[in-house]
Write a protein that binds this ligand. Structure first.
Ligand SMILES: [Zn+2]
Length: 128
């Protein structure tokens, strides 16, 4: 499936590290300049959307991207599914996520849309 990753709020130098990482390099297709129609107060750092062709589903790619961030010690950013566009992942800064009403795991930074999802996910950290 084709997956779009929105790097608009992600620094350019870190984006290169992510795209060139072994895990997702082979899936990378191309970059698109995003039409920065985002008129929210958030500052667009890098108006780029990257297209990836990935054999798995969106959730698998989200996990993979989160792994890449962790491996490269990019701890201040997390990958979340875009609630408005289909098959799109956003890379957002921890602090910005909470403003958008998205919750993140206290342990690994994974993002959730509801307290319930976060609770169920966090429970898994205690089990394993
Ligand atoms: Zn977690």
């Amino acid at each position: 499936m084709d997956i779009s990753v929105d790097f608009s709020f992600f620094p350019d130098n870190l984006m290169q590290i992510v795209i060139n990482s072994l895990e997702i390099k082979t899936s990378f297709v191309k970059n698109l300049q995003s039409s920065s129609t985002n008129n929210s107060s958030q500052k667009i750092i890098n108006p780029t959307i990257s297209i990836f062709e990935f054999p798995g589903n969106l959730k698998e790619f989200e996990d993979l991207l989160n792994c890449v961030l962790q491996k490269n010690s990019i701890k201040e950013y997390v990958v979340v599914q875009d609630t408005e566009s289909e098959n799109t992942l956003d890379l957002l800064k921890h602090g910005d996520i909470e403003q958008l009403g998205i919750l993140s795991c206290d342990f690994c930074g994974a993002a959730f849309n509801s307290e319930d999802e976060k609770y169920i996910h966090q429970r898994a950290h205690y089990l394993f």
